[in-house]
Write a protein that binds this ligand. Structure first.
Ligand code: NIG
Length: 386
């Protein structure tokens, strides 16, 4: 087995309690795993040596919330929004139309291009959702396309009630035939619990049906206004509740006393002209926070986790360490992949060899030099992908 030593690391962020953040560090990659982390002076011999010249190394970004099985774009909707129109979830139907018309090969090609685009910016683990099909056949092929490419796949049949359909009839379809069809291709089920999408009772039905089939749960909640999403996610012990833009203090308390991660999507809030979430209230109270891109053609068309991190630091009063942790370890926790053999979002012996080298001496530069492409090198599953 060929081993590679990465040495000359100026600042190494590990998210391992014992290893911490280190200077003058080195690590060893063998196959798809990190096998050693320590001080550069103790580094073992290896077949290959890569000196990163004093640059910062951190875990690859874990993007725990994207919607990348889609076709078409919504440039006109975005431009109208920037001219003062409000964001309406109904725009999802435009992408549904285009997605239904696209072939499986076209959907796979679009997904692959976005995953590669993200990898070139340091993202090494991607979750993606179905949710632009909304028929049994289109949700099934969306799930199949996603399962072949993404690290984690979430069924989001309950994204929007298809126009012209009775909402309770549609929930029956999602809970029955649709879940039966997609179940073996996905690990998670999500629901858009929001006024104009699915109410609390409908969302609970979908999530309960999914749990009976052994799927993990996630919720889109509190995106466009206060609502029942967070409370429902906590009640059902969902792994994450995503958006959290409009939280009450009861929502924050509920999250603190739960295992549910609050996944914040600042690029989406900027692109839809919503306020940014109150990350400080969550962190100061002790909730677990993740940052994700929410890359999709409607509400957040960026794959840049570095942009999300810079926004979180500059505009949401997160420290650099908090934002980097939320975009790596936090995302991994939201996907329940932060511990054990092959863990992501952490750099310690046994974790997946997913790491990024910044063209900067420390992670602080992600916010200090916002908008500047700082990705120097990326390893994913032990392979150098950039
Ligand atoms: O997370 N909130 C619902 N779903 C997506 C929006 C998708 C779209 O507008 O196409 C989101 O923002």
């Amino acid at each position: 087995m060929a081993a590679t030593v990465i040495t000359g690391i100026g600042e190494l962020t590990t998210h391992d309690d014992e290893l911490g953040t280190r200077t003058d560090a080195a690590l060893v990659v063998e196959d798809d795993r990190i096998v050693w982390v320590g001080s550069a002076r103790d580094v073992p011999d290896a077949d290959e040596r890569v000196d990163v010249g004093g640059r910062a190394v951190l875990p690859g970004w874990v993007d725990s919330h994207t919607h990348l099985v889609f076709a078409g774009d919504r440039t006109a909707e975005f431009a109208a929004r920037m001219s003062g129109q409000p964001y309406r979830a109904g725009g999802i139907a435009v992408t549904v139309d285009a997605t239904r018309r696209a072939s499986d090969a076209e959907l796979a090609d679009t997904l692959r291009r976005h995953v590669d685009e993200a990898a070139s910016q340091g993202t090494t683990c991607v979750e993606t959702k179905t949710g632009y099909g909304l028929t049994v056949a289109d949700e099934l092929r969306s799930a199949q396309v996603a399962a072949a490419i993404a690290d984690e796949v979430t069924f989001l049949g309950a994204h929007l009630v298809p126009p012209g359909t009775d909402s309770d009839d549609y929930v029956d379809l999602v809970c029955g035939e649709m879940l039966d069809a997609v179940g073996e291709h996905v690990g998670w089920c999500d629901v858009f619990c929001e006024e104009g999408a699915f109410d609390a009772a409908q969302s609970r039905r979908v999530l309960t049906a999914a749990r009976k089939r052994g799927l993990g749960l996630r919720v889109h909640g509190n995106q466009l206004g206060p609502g029942p999403g967070v409370a429902l996610a906590v009640e059902l012990d969902a792994a994450s509740v995503d958006h959290c833009t409009h939280l009450t203090s009861a929502d924050v308390d509920a999250l603190v006393n739960s295992d549910t991660v609050a996944t914040l999507l600042p690029a989406c809030d900027l692109s839809t002209r919503q306020p940014l979430p109150d990350a400080r209230a969550l962190l100061d109270a002790g909730a677990t926070v993740a940052l994700a891109s929410n890359c999709n053609p409607g509400s957040s068309y960026t794959s840049s986790m570095a942009f999300c991190v810079a926004t979180a630091v500059l505009q949401m009063r997160m420290s650099v360490a908090e934002a980097v942790r939320a975009a790596t370890w936090g995302g991994a926790r939201a996907l329940r992949r932060e511990t054990g053999d092959g863990a992501v979002g952490v750099l310690s012996p046994g974790s997946r060899a997913d790491l990024q080298v910044l063209d900067a001496p420390s992670a602080t530069w992600l916010a200090y030099r916002p908008g500047v492409p700082l990705t120097h090198a990326v390893w994913r599953k032990g392979d150098r992908v950039r």
